[in-house]
Design a protein around this ligand. Structure first.
Ligand code: MLC
Ligand code: AMP
Length: 526
């Protein structure tokens, strides 16, 4: 067996092997090579060391997408730090919670974010650095009085200086909310990242010849630990976009070979006349994941382009679990394929944990080198999500067909996935329920033509109150990232409950299923 290696070590090797090759192709026509990125990694690593980061320390990153942000990720790993990527849409309250929980040594934020979110008051421990979208800010020494390039302590740039992480050492903590309404940190190890990346490179035949269109955010598993890691490890290049814009992606298709996206990417691309077999002539692979891709969109995409989208299934806590085949079998619409090599999945009965025969629907469980180490400082919560034999209980519902393909048919966890972003109803309900004009609330996800699902709040007014929807939304808006905001509020006299008193969300979802059916992309409450 090959000795254990890490993402940052493979990157360093790639940078030596192909220094002049473009890693990033930017929208303004500039490119950034492997060697240039390696140099930025060394500079940032030196800065982080000077900030006092030691192995195991967390480095929080809440910055706009830039090549330097990827360098910050690699620099953190290079010195044994643990990367804590934060969604740039988080409000100050959401950010403060995560910073307070994970206690990073350094918090790197956008320069624009600094005035509103200066965490320096949280004790001497936290060092705040800034990194702007064009590499400006204190982190790279431009404007914050940091040391100049090339003269930094520890800036040797040799492999021997790379931190020698083991497979079980933490590499990153990704916060994911939960049914409790409080975000919890999923601790991913170096072994998780490398093993999953290797399995995907192999499964999708991803090589140095690939040119990826990267239009995802880099604060989630999909954009960072799938798309970026695969590109770095393969020595490939990426068209690195600030976000998803259908027109820009279509412009790039003739230059590219692979696109990785959430289903909203594909529904939006289908709305473009320029999506044709000709525009996709150089493309070899379209991947979808993070949320269910409707079979109808899969079929429409194939009819329009000749390409069957390859759907795969993953999770923050597990990285990628299953994938449809690249070759050697059909990519079945409505399925997420089979387990990646080394990954085991099974479908069980929720209560007893008994494995169910193929065809029966139950909870999907996963075991393998991809499965995270646990929730940050929550050993009991961690233990409650694992079976005694090491399988992780995903909370997704599914079944396996006669060919071994897994289909996800629903969720046992109370979760809305809007445009590939997770929204936990509890977090919103807790805010609504403390409003003086609200007796109680239930937050649900309903079908949406652009985001797949969107958030709706069903509210029972307090006795004698007649709250207005916009006033309620205003009251919670300041606490919640924009993507979590309910897009409609409906008032009811009482919430439907079962005999146990539990709110029947399935009934509410049925009741409001058509709310956005005819709504256009991006529309708010009809
Ligand atoms: C943006 N908005 C959203 C939203 N994204 N609202 C709900 N859900 C979303 N996902 C808000 C914007 O703030 C804006 O607010 C309004 O909605 C319209 O925005 P837009 O311009 O249409 O959105 P856009 O910027 O184009 O973003 C949409 C998107 C993006 C789908 C391209 O959300 C995205 O890139 N999603 C991918 C998320 C992701 O990477 N998930 C992977 C998680 S990892 P206003 O104020 O203007 O109305 C994972 C594991 C796995 O799940 O298996 O991969
Ligand atoms: P996150 O916690 O953001 O990583 O989201 C993980 C969840 O996204 C999973 O538990 C699934 O519910 C969902 N998910 C990911 N990929 C798919 C897919 N291909 N089809 C359906 N749901 C998916």
């Amino acid at each position: 067996m090959a000795p254990f290696t890490t993402i940052h070590r493979v990157f360093a090797e790639q940078a030596e092997r192909r220094p002049g090759k473009a890693l990033f192709e930017l929208p303004d026509g500039r490119s950034v090579t492997y060697a240039e990125t390696a140099e930025t990694v060394r500079r940032i690593a030196a800065r982080l060391l000077a900030d006092g980061v030691t192995p195991g320390d967390r480095v929080a990153m809440q910055v706009e997408k830039s090549p330097e942000a990827v360098a910050l990720y690699l620099a953190t790993l290079r010195i044994g730090g643990v990367l804590l990527p934060l969604n740039t849409a988080y409000t100050a309250a959401e950010t403060d919670y995560v910073i307070g929980d994970a206690r990073p040594r350094v918090f790197v934020c956008s320069p624009e974010r600094l005035p509103g979110h200066d965490h320096r008051g949280e004790g001497d421990e936290l060092v705040v650095e800034t990194l702007g979208v064009s590499g400006d800010g204190t982190l790279l020494g431009g404007g914050g009085g940091g040391p100049a390039s090339g003269t930094l302590p520890g800036d040797g740039g040799h492999h021997s200086e790379l931190h020698d992480a083991g497979p079980d050492d933490p590499a990153s903590i990704l916060y994911t909310s939960g049914t409790t309404g409080r975000p919890k940190g999923a601790v991913l190890t170096h072994g998780n990242l490398v093993s999953n990346c290797r399995a995907l490179l192999d499964a999708w035949r991803y090589t140095a010849d690939d040119r990826l269109i990267h239009a995802l955010p880099i604060f989630h598993v999909h954009g960072l630990f799938v798309a970026v890691n695969m590109t770095l490890m393969a020595g490939a290049s990426m068209y690195y976009l600030p976000g998803f814009d259908a027109g820009t992606v279509i412009d790039l298709l003739p230059e590219a070979t692979v696109l990785m996206g959430v289903p909203t990417f594909y529904t939006r691309l289908l709305g473009e006349d320029r999506l044709t077999p000709e525009s996709c002539a150089s493309m070899r692979l379209f991947v979808s994941g993070s949320a269910p891709l409707l079979a109808r969109d899969h079929q429409a995409f194939e009819a329009r382009t000749g390409h069957a989208i390859l759907e795969r299934y993953g999770m923050t806590e597990t990285g990628m679990n299953t994938t449809n085949p690249y070759d050697g079998g059909p990519r079945k619409p409505g399925t997420v394929g089979k387990p990646l090599p080394g990954v085991e999945t099974r479908v069980t009965d929720r209560e007893s944990g008994r494995a169910l025969p193929d065809g029966e629907t139950g909870i999907i469980e996963v075991r393998g080198p991809n499965v995270f180490a646990g929730y940050w400082q929550l050993p009991e919560k961690t233990a409650s999500e694992f079976r005694a034999d090491g399988f992780f209980v995903t909370g997704d519902l599914g079944h396996v067909d006669e060919d071994g393909y897994l289909s996800i048919v629903g969720r046992d966890k109370d979760l809305v996935i809007s445009g590939g972003l997770n929204v936990y109803p509890k977090e919103i309900e807790q805010l609504l329920d403390v409003h003086p004009e609200v007796l109680e609330s239930a937050v649900i996800g309903v079908p949406h033509p652009d985001f797949g699902e969107t958030v709706v709040a069903v509210v029972v007014p307090a006795p004698g109150s007649a709250p207005r929807a916009d006033a309620l939304l205003d009251a919670v808006a300041g606490e919640l990232a924009r993507y979590k905001h309910p897009r409609a509020v409906r008032f009811v006299e009482a919430l439907p409950r079962n005999v146990m008193g539990k709110v029947q969300k399935a009934e509410l979802r049925r009741c409001y299923a058509d709310l956005f059916v005819d709504a256009g992309a991006g529309s708010d409450a009809p």
